[in-house]
Design a protein around this ligand. Structure first.
Ligand SMILES: [Zn+2]
Length: 329
């Protein structure tokens, strides 16, 4: 899904107002400090006039004078930081603050869009706003092993539901997070309804969003609706990769509840396209499904299944319905 011009403008306006807001806050801090510590105002005046001389020397090519000025300015800046600390302020108190220090709230690093622009576009296009509310509750801090009973044993592995979470599922999730940049791993959670597959996907999403990765969360029905909407109104001039830029290139795509969509040749081919492109692009995907391993084989084409088994860590989850237990903790 590409951004329309008006949507692009909306995002840029947000950046602009954020810059203004931060500038306003900085001015307020400056006035406050000047009032309490007039010596700092004097230093700032001197630094400003020295900077003007520095620019003039630079133009005239007077390198010796330039070096002296540079060290004078550095000396003044040290003095200013010391004065701030002595008066109880942090030494960066008068610096501009940014929501995104990487692009200084411009949305761009050079001519390239910043990662925060990508997430802003995703939030706008995929109405992810409710995801943020969900993540406030569904995160590792609120996860509990107590939801997984010790008396539910998987026949195939002999592991209790608790041991399975402890020795298989959670280590795989942490490994996925720790090697996110280098291994570009993929996870597939499968198991009964309510055993915490979506919850764990949310926990992982939360950790990555905190580190400024772009994340899209879609149920499988929403994913295929998006493909259908654009595929059937498609402009033949536009390449498919451009239409699905974010779905194919966001750092993490979560496809929740795979198997609840209509199963036909369209969904099968789009699922393969999506999974395969993301593997090729070295972008991670998390899929959760209530389908069993056998049902996955029966429902999806062999080439999809082979991609899943070769590139995904398959994690079976079982136990009681944690949604009931969560309410009681
Ligand atoms: Zn940024």
């Amino acid at each position: 899904m590409a951004l329309r011009n008006s949507q692009y403008d909306t995002i840029l306006r947000t950046y602009y107002s954020r810059q203004l807001e931060h500038k306003h806050e900085k001015d307020k801090r400056v006035n406050e400090v000047y009032e309490h510590v007039p010596a700092i105002a004097e230093i700032d005046k001197s630094i400003a006039s020295m900077s003007v001389s520095q620019a003039k020397k630079l133009l005239s090519g007077d390198t010796d004078a330039l070096a002296t000025l540079k060290s004078d300015i550095a000396c003044m800046a040290d003095k200013r930081a010391k004065l701030l600390r002595e008066n109880g302020y942090p030494s960066d108190y008068l610096d501009m603050k940014y929501d995104c220090p990487d692009c200084k709230d411009t949305g761009y690093i050079g001519s390239k869009k910043c990662h925060c622009f990508m997430q802003a576009a995703i939030d706008l296009l995929y109405t992810q706003s409710n995801l943020k509310e969900v993540l406030a509750f569904e995160n590792f801090k609120n996860f509990s092993y107590d939801w997984y009973p010790n008396d539910r044993i998987d026949e195939a592995t002999g592991l209790t539901s608790y041991d399975n979470m402890h020795t298989n599922v959670m280590p795989a999730c942490l490994d996925f997070l720790n090697t996110f940049d280098t291994m570009h791993g993929n996870l597939l959670f499968f198991g009964d309804t309510g055993v915490g597959k979506t919850f764990l996907s949310h926990c992982i999403a939360n950790e990555l969003i905190k580190k400024a990765y772009s994340v899209i969360y879609l149920t499988s029905i929403e994913l295929f609706d998006t493909f259908a909407k654009y595929e059937f109104n498609r402009d033949p001039e536009v390449k498919a990769e451009d239409m699905y830029e974010h779905i194919l290139n966001c750092d993490l795509l979560i496809i929740d509840d795979l198997g609840t969509e209509m199963n036909n040749s369209f969904t099968n081919s789009k699922l393969f396209y999506c999974i395969n492109e993301r593997i090729v692009n070295k972008k991670s995907t998390i899929i959760s499904t209530n389908l069993s391993f056998q049902e996955l084989i029966e429902r999806y084409s062999e080439r999809i299944f082979s991609r899943l088994t070769s590139s995904y860590t398959m994690l079976k989850m079982y136990g009681d319905d944690i949604r009931i237990k969560k309410k009681t903790v």
